[in-house]
Ligand binder design. Structure first.
Ligand SMILES: [Zn+2]
Length: 214
């Protein structure tokens, strides 16, 4: 799980409670007051403490049979491969495009399925990628160095991150266990104003520099 923020606060308890036996939690941040409305893993007394470690302690209290590896590191292009290799599924709940693209590129190279979940303002999306097409096919190359439209700047309701995170957890469990139709290459979009879901299929980008030759 990349990010123990709003998305992670829904995903982590759901997976640990469902009996996912090994969880790695990667997050370099500490808890801030402005996180609390959307990150119910944490409380006011946690402010200033590292999220990865706190999330690990939460899981340990919830289900002592889960093997937890908290990593207080910022994942990026330089370390993504080393941090992700060996995992069965990567769930990205980070809050910026540069991180998401670095994670996606590493997942393509290591052939690990990627479940990407994001929410901002009243919109949320959850997509599953395995090889080609990849997340970079979907968003392109424009955002690699640009931390644009983060939750911190644009705002997001806790109810929305909980909705998107819970959907992501459901998709993760179905993917791990093989329940239901394979959702690879499908992007599920949620409109928090209309309260509607829709799904689209992501096409491969013929010029994608991550998966183009995969
Ligand atoms: Zn691609």
């Amino acid at each position: 799980m990349i990010g123990a923020g709003g998305i992670g606060s829904a995903v982590i308890p759901a997976l640990a409670g469902a009996g996912v036996g090994k969880l790695t939690i990667i997050d370099s941040d500490v808890v801030e007051l402005a996180n609390l409305h959307r990150q119910p893993l944490f409380t006011e007394s946690d402010i200033g403490e590292p999220k990865a470690q706190l999330a690990a302690e939460f899981i340990a209290r919830l289900n002592r049979f889960v093997e937890i590896a908290p990593k207080q590191e910022r994942i990026g292009a330089d370390n993504a491969r080393d941090l992700l290799v060996g995992h069965d599924l990567v769930i990205d709940g980070s809050d910026n495009f540069a991180t998401r693209l670095a994670v996606s590129d590493a997942c393509v190279r290591t052939r690990i399925p990627l479940l990407s979940a994001a929410a901002v303002q009243f919109q949320g999306q959850v997509g599953l990628f395995r090889g080609r097409p990849c997340y970079r096919c979907f968003v392109g190359d424009a955002f690699d160095s640009d931390d644009c439209d983060t939750c911190a700047e644009l705002g997001v309701l806790g109810a929305l991150t909980a909705t998107i995170g819970s959907f992501a957890a459901m998709l993760a469990i179905n993917t791990i266990t093989g329940i239901g139709e394979d959702q690879v290459s499908m992007l599920h979009l949620f409109d928090g104003e209309e309260l509607k879901w829709c799904a689209i299929r992501i096409p491969a980008d013929p010029g994608c520099r991550a998966c183009g030759s995969a």
